[in-house]
Design a protein around this ligand. Structure first.
Ligand code: CUA
Length: 308
């Protein structure tokens, strides 16, 4: 339920920006809202005056001037100001500045495969939880495996589609450390609304610590995990590296949620997930492990909770 409650907090609010683009969009929103209130008040005032005001004949010249100012000049100038304000907020596509961090994002039904590019060209794979440095330019390189999804972190900025066979680039600059919520913003199937991801914006040094920890292989191994065939779909670096259909689980326990933002990451929820993932998330690619002996499910859950 805490995730439902989170929907009412500022984690996913475009009006409580935590990034440069979102700040600009919020400013534009309030400017347009204020301008709309002024126009509405003028029109309502004119309407009320027309109904209850004293009726008296006007000269043709007055009527012409009234139409020219109220019906031509005012909308033309008003819309031109709005257009110029809007255009001034367009990102400059010619910017050659290299981003501070590049994250490869591959949308899947219904989760996010994430790869952090390191300076030496290596990529650190993770899933379903973004960690970003504050006050840094982050470039997201977006694509999709199956259908069109859309990558959106409302508190940080605008959204961008993730399209199969195409690469889209989105740049964001977080300006306020904190935890936000990102979502899929394009209907992509029955679990479209269960395709979210926490976004943690750190101070730069904390981000580097996190990235360093994510590069390490998994600490331990358990026969029950590989024995149950989990490795056919999931990579746990240092343990099983062949299957990659599902999310990388190397540092699974360090994540806040399971099922891509669907449930808080607790042992209890994990056990429910192993038992009947499709009950929690319709259309999910993960099969049920109800056929495993309960002791094995418990052991798998215990193991995953160790993968910090
Ligand atoms: Cu993915 Cu909607």
């Amino acid at each position: 339920m805490s995730l439902l409650a989170a929907g009412c907090s500022f984690e996913q609010s475009v009006l409580h920006p935590g990034g440069r683009d979102a700040e600009e969009l919020t400013a534009l929103t309030w400017f347009m809202f204020a301008a709309a209130v002024v126009v509405w008040a003028i029109v309502m005032g004119a309407a009320i005056y027309a109904v209850v005001g004293k009726k008296r004949p006007r000269s043709e010249r007055f009527a012409d001037t009234f139409i020219l100012i109220g019906g031509v000049a005012f909308p033309t100038i008003g819309l031109a100001i709005l257009l110029l304000f809007g255009l001034s907020l367009l990102p400059s596509w010619t910017s050659a500045e290299t981003p501070d961090v590049r994250v490869n994002v591959r949308a899947e039904q219904y989760w996010w495969r994430l790869g952090y590019e390191l300076p030496d060209g290596k990529v650190v794979e993770t899933a379903n939880e973004l960690h970003l440095p504050n006050d840094a330019t982050v470039e997201f390189v977006l694509t999709s495996t199956d259908v069109i999804h859309s990558f959106w972190i409302p508190a940080l900025g605008g959204k961008m589609d993730a399209i199969p066979g195409r690469t889209n680039v989105l740049r964001l600059t977080p300006t306020k450390p904190g935890t936000y919520r990102g979502v899929c913003a394009e209907f992509c199937g029955p679990s479209h609304t269960l395709m979210a991801f926490p976004v943690v914006v750190h101070k730069v040094v904390d981000f580097l610590t996190w990235l360093e920890a994510q590069q390490a292989p998994a600490a331990a191994t358990r026969d029950v995990f590989t024995g149950a065939g989990c490795g056919a779909c999931h990579v746990v670096r240092g343990v099983t590296e062949t299957g990659s259909v599902g999310p990388d689980l190397t540092h699974f326990a360090s994540r806040k949620t399971i099922g891509a933002g669907t449930l808080p990451n607790t042992r209890e929820n994990l056990l429910a997930w192993l038992l009947a993932p499709a009950h929690i998330k319709p259309g999910v690619g993960m099969p049920s492990y109800a056929s495993l002996p309960e002791a094995d499910r418990l052991a798998i859950a215990d193991y995953l909770m160790e993968l910090r």
